[in-house]
Structure formats: C-alpha cells, structure tokens
Design a protein around this ligand. Structure first.
Ligand SMILES: Cc1ncc(COP(=O)(O)O)c(C=O)c1O
Ligand SMILES: N[C@@H](CCSC[C@H](N)C(=O)O)C(=O)O
Length: 439
C-alpha cells in the first residue's frame, strides 16, 4: 500500500553519536499552516492515501519493505498513522513539531531524560502524583536536584532559579488543587537565570483547545492524551509539542531508543477523539461552571478557575480561554467526603478526567496516593479533598445526582423551600471546617 500523500517526508536523522537513524516524522512547517478557527482545525486534516480515504488508515505494520533510504522502515522509528497524528497535533498546539508517545507519563519520561546528574529542576508543590513519583525517582536514583516550590508565587520561583536550573516543570491549573501558575512570568525568569533552561508545561488540565503554553514562552508543552484529547477513556497517550528543532530531535531520539512511540491503532483512535475536542470541552465546561457555582452557593470551598472567587481568576483568564472541567472542593471531614463519593451514581468513582462521563474521586486515596502522607501534609494537600471531573451529561441530572449524594451523606439538608442548605451542625457527620479524621 502506498504511503498516503502528505504523510511524512524523508529526512535524515542522526542519533546522539552522529549515526544515521531511520527516517522520523518530519516537523510541520512553522506556524503549521493554520487557516481556520481552532474548532475547525481540530476536525480538518490534510493528506490522505491513494484512495482519498476520509479517515486516515491504520498502518498496522511493524515493518516496511524497501531497504535503506525509504521513508519508514520500522514502526518504533516511525509509522504513517502516527506521523499523521503528530502533524495534526503540532498544528493545534501551535508547535513546529509534535511527538506522540504511549502515555502522559511516557511524555514526561522522554522530556526528563535530557537531564543529567547534578542538573537542577524547579517544579511545583502541587503536582499530579505520577509526575511527583517520577521526579522523586530521578532525585533518588538519577542525581537530579529537584526543588518543589509554590509556583503560584513568582518571587518564590525566582529565588529557586539559578544558572544551574536546567528544567522548570509546571502544571497549570495544578492537579488537584487547581492552583494557577504564571507561565509567561516563570518562563521569562527561568530563561533569564539560564538561557538554556527548558521550561516544560504539563497542559493536561486545559488541552490545546484552552491554553497554548508555547505561545507564552514555554519550550515544551506536553500532556496526557488519555484525558481531554481522547475524551472517551479508551486509550493512553502522551503528546509533546516543541518549537526548538534540536530539542525535538533529542526527544525523538529518546522515543526511538526506548520504543515508547504511540501504536498505530491508538494514534488513529486519538485522531478520532481530537476531532470532537471543541464540542466536548464546551459542554463539559458549561456543566462544570454550573456545578462549581452550585457547590459554592451551598457553602463548600470550591477550587475552580471559572469562579470569580478563585484567587488567581485574572491570571488564569490572561493565559487560558476557558476554565476546563475539573474542580475540587473540601468538606471538612474525610469520612464525609468518602460518603459523598460513594453516594453518587452518575459521577463514577474513578481516577482520570477529561472524559465524556463525569467522575468523582478522593485524590489523596487515588491519583495522589503515591505521594506519602507526610509530604501531602507538608504541601497542604487536604486529605478530605474531592475532585470532580465533569462530563457531557445533562446538567440537571448531574446536579440532581450530586444533590442526592450530599443529602444521603449528611452534608446538606433540604430546607422548607426545597433548597439544599449546608448542615454544619449535623452531629453524626460533624461537618466542621476542620479535617477531623486521621489519614
Ligand atoms: C496532570 C497530569 N499529567 C500527566 C498525567 C499522566 O498521564 P497518563 O496517565 O496518560 O500517563 C496525568 C494523569 O495520569 C495528569 O493528571
Ligand atoms: N494508579 C495510577 C493512578 C492514575 S491517576 C490518573 C490521573 N492523572 C488522575 O489525576 O486522576 C498511578 O499510580 O499512577
């Protein structure tokens, strides 16, 4: 079968020792030839096969015949379906090049593999548990110095930066405390401290539909494609977007060397998912906004950048186009939080987010359980925090589900007007402002 026109162009790739490598996906052109609004670009792809197939074929082949000089030889090194996805992702991430790998953590691994013993990393004090786990491993086994600081405070970040800082790793909004980090401010400060510092932003909580870190001065934008990009929790993927060609080549070298490039079928599935990102995200954030207001109006401390009460509301909206669909709130009691989580029906108890169906979780028991309790306490991660990931279901059904769960758990009571009100005096639940249970 002929290689689809428009997919991949042969280019020479040298490995780090200067040897020829099999051809890798070509970087897309600067500015990516974006012609339309983002919602259109998500759907619109150029290049097809000799049959003008509307959906790019799945090149389910490990090898390609032909010998030296051909565009593809082995799927670990490059595959037409993956190339098509990488071109598409580069376009929507405003990147010169995108690389797709087997998971979000795979992307983080590829990026951090450029670190050497003695290098310093500045990162946040609220991070996805898996990212924290990888950084802890690098600190313990790789001789990397990792500074966890409050990245919401530019001065604190500046104090941690130096000419020894080789990487800055940011999340914004952070998972799960939904803290906002000034991408442009930190990128400028990092590059002032060390012009070669690689500023990497984990964009998982926003997706390229809502935020483009490369436009704000980041060197690398990466994310878990397992979340919003795929949208259906049916695949794992990680995406890395870069503008710097040399950095892109280093990352490609790591991907080819370690074999973590995304498989053809998953590449195809992700391409399909990305096409509906705009409609899913719009509906998800409309629902999330309403749910955040509903909870806030009933006395809960809600963390969501769509709420004016968010302490960094203005900063968030200066760098993003929406609030996303993940919010967290506290109840004041671990056992109360557990009862709420167990009482919902539409909100499924599960890790992850960005999916069409709504999810509920207790991060300290689930997504962030790998951060030891002492560190969670030190970093002020509340043990009772509940995270909601809002899907595309009917808003009325979602609010009804949450309402009945809050009532059944004893967190609220129905007033004469039929409204739900907080019930802080409930003796059985003890819903005080303090966390009363031991972790
Ligand atoms: C913010 C964030 N970054 C990265 C990851 C890692 O992604 P993956 O699960 O696809 O490895 C996750 C979740 O797992 C996440 O929540
Ligand atoms: N057992 C997994 C937990 C995955 S958490 C997935 C997602 N990032 C989230 O925040 O929910 C692990 O240990 O990594």
């Amino acid at each position: 079968m002929a290689v689809p026109s428009g997919i991949g162009k042969a280019m020479k790739h040298l490995d780090l020792d200067g040897h020829d490598l099999p051809p890798s996906p070509a970087p897309s052109s600067p500015n990516n030839g974006r012609k339309y609004a983002l919602a259109t670009e998500l759907v619109y792809t150029e290049g097809s096969d000799q049959y003008n197939s509307s959906s790019v074929p799945i090149y389910q082949s490990a090898t390609f015949k032909g010998g030296p000089g051909q565009e593809y030889d082995y799927t670990r090194s490059g595959n037409p379906t993956r190339t098509h996805l990488e071109r598409h992702m580069a376009k929507i991430m405003n990147a010169n090049r995108a690389l797709v790998v087997s998971s979000g953590m795979g992307a983080c691994d590829v990026i951090t593999r450029i670190l050497k013993p003695g290098d310093e990393v500045v990162t946040g004090d609220d991070l996805y548990g898996g990212t924290n786990r990888l950084l802890t491993y690098l600190k313990t086994n790789g001789g990397i110095i990792v500074h966890h600081v409050d990245t919401t405070k530019l001065e604190t970040v500046k104090a941690a930066l130096s000419e020894k800082t080789t990487m800055v790793l940011l999340e914004t909004p952070t998972n799960p405390l939904i803290k906002i980090v000034d991408i442009a401010g930190i990128a400028a400060a990092a590059h002032a401290a060390n012009p070669d510092a690689v500023v990497s932003v984990d964009n998982t909580m926003m997706s390229p539909y809502l935020q483009n870190p490369l436009d704000l001065g980041a060197d690398v934008s990466y994310e878990s494609g397992t979340k919003y990009l795929s949208g259906h929790h049916d695949l794992m993927a990680g995406i890395i977007g870069i503008n710097n060609a040399a950095l892109g080549d280093k990352f490609y070298f790591m991907i080819n060397s370690t074999g973590c490039g995304l498989a053809p079928f998953d590449s195809w599935l992700l391409l399909r998912g990305v096409k509906t990102l705009a409609v899913r995200m719009e509906k998800q954030q409309t629902n999330a906004n309403a749910i955040a207001s509903f909870l806030e109006n009933h006395g809960f401390k809600v963390r969501y950048p769509g709420l004016k009460s968010h302490p960094q509301y203005a900063l968030h909206w200066s760098q993003a186009r929406g609030a996303g669909a993940v919010l967290s709130f506290e109840t004041g009691s671990i056992s109360l939080s557990e009862r709420i989580v167990e009482a919902t029906k539409l909100f499924g108890i599960s890790v992850s987010f960005g999916c069409v169906n709504s999810l509920i979780s207790m991060p300290c028991r689930m997504s962030h359980a790998s951060i030891d309790p002492a560190t969670r306490k030190e970093r002020a991660l509340p043990e009772d925090i509940i995270r909601l990931c809002v899907g595309i279901e009917d808003l009325g059904d979602l609010i009804d589900d949450l309402s009945q769960a809050l009532v059944r758990a004893g967190a609220v009571k129905l007033t004469q007007d039929g409204f739900i009100a907080r019930n802080p005096d409930d003796a059985e639940t003890g819903t005080t402002k303090q966390v009363v249970d031991e972790p």
